[in-house]
Design a protein around this ligand. Sequence first.
Ligand SMILES: C[S@@+](CC[C@H](N)C(=O)[O-])C[C@H]1O[C@@H](n2cnc3c(N)ncnc32)[C@H](O)[C@@H]1O
Length: 281
Amino acid sequence: MSQTHLLDSVPRRQVNFNLDSPELAETYDRVGVRQFNHGKQLIADLDPQPGEQVLDIGSGTGLLGAYVAEKVSPNGRVFGIDPLPHRVDIAARKGQPNFEVHVGRAEDLSQFASNSFDVVYLNSVFHWVEDKPKALAEIFRVLKPGGRLGLNSGDAERPHQSATLLRDAADAAGIPADKQPHGRQLGAVSNAQLQALIDAAGFSDYRGGTRTIVDTVPHAQDLLEWSRSSSFGNSLGKFDPSEETRFRGALQTKLEAYRKPEGILLERYLIFITARKPRAS
Ligand SMILES: C[S@@+](CC[C@H](N)C(=O)[O-])C[C@H]1O[C@@H](n2cnc3c(N)ncnc32)[C@H](O)[C@@H]1O
């Protein structure tokens, strides 16, 4: 596929930020440990150093931002932005003195000066970003020459096992079509689309590929809480109580097929990339 064709085929996912609630945000702060764990891989790739200025885009409840703030202390700072005020509130309460959070979106970084960050990262955020070229242009602007970008994204060619299971369970439970989960992440990109986007934005030193993350799922309720809170209400429709009971039962039955001696294990697939803003640009 040509570069133009790849760029033209990049999805624009419309997201409703008004479906979040204080309860979903608190739940995410508890169960978002999955994103925190793979986020640590992204941070290892970027290797932030003491004294560096870091921007965490889509910082959620601040689990990873607080971790990175410790790495760059005492003189470095992490700025987090997220469109969801309930999550920004929780992140602000993390109490890390060099971690500052604001409401904001990847597509508009006008609150930050050009050439101001050593590192910009998005952990489990890029598939949610509606206008990906605009976000990358903004990231390029705020990075210092030589600054590093790291992100991970759902892989359009490999839906998570949980996404397929949620859709199959909804079918088995007779959930009406308009409330069914999609079975894939709607804004996810392929490796080729992501590389085309990063190249078109002017970055160099592209390194990327899909990684498999294995999660232990204690029971269906845990997977439902994770899915609803990670998508701030966007991935599953509102079920009535009897639909919810049927759905949870069908999901638990399907999950049992994945039980191993260590527990129920599900694979997720994420594209991880790093790139740089060229020194002379
Ligand atoms: C699965 S959470 C990940 C949160 C955090 N990065 C972590 O590792 O725990 C996805 C986050 O992306 C944020 N998000 C969605 N669209 C965004 C956009 N256009 N710009 C910035 N953040 C966005 C959501 O508000 C949500 O907090």
